[in-house]
Design a protein around this ligand. Structure first.
Ligand code: FE2
Length: 130
């Protein structure tokens, strides 16, 4: 069996700006244009294809598993940009991170309100049940 998540389309008012935002905050290579998409590729080869959309954009949730050292860089960039972040998906713990599953994690928003998350341990890897 070889089945891997390969890509998704993320709608944005400004696909280039949103793709650059994600790549810069995560520390990934700059997005590449491909057809109507601005493509950000994660280290496991999954493409996030930002595409322009008119009208209201329904926020979606995307989570990124990162190493401890990458977490430090991402967290530094979030604070350098004075972006809001939360420890929890309900956004009731602003300015805090969580330690779920023995790692570190937090939530933040992209320019269109897509709800992004970085974690250093996969959900449930430390025995945590929601
Ligand atoms: Fe999540």
């Amino acid at each position: 069996m070889s089945i891997n998540f390969n890509h998704t389309i993320v709608y944005a008012r400004d696909s280039k700006a949103s793709a650059v935002f994600l790549a810069e905050v995560l520390g990934l290579p700059p997005p590449k244009k491909w057809g109507p998409f601005q493509v950000v590729t994660t280290d496991n080869g999954a493409n996030i294809d930002f595409m322009n959309a008119d009208g209201e954009i329904t926020p979606q949730h995307y989570a990124f598993l990162v190493s401890e050292s990458e977490f430090d860089g991402i967290f530094d960039r979030i604070r350098e940009r004075s972006l809001s972040y939360w420890a929890d998906p309900a956004q009731s713990q602003p300015g805090e991170i969580n330690h779920n599953d023995g790692g570190r994690g937090f939530y933040f928003e992209d320019p269109d309100g897509h709800f992004l998350e970085v974690i250093t341990r996969p959900y449930g890897s430390g025995g945590r049940e929601p």
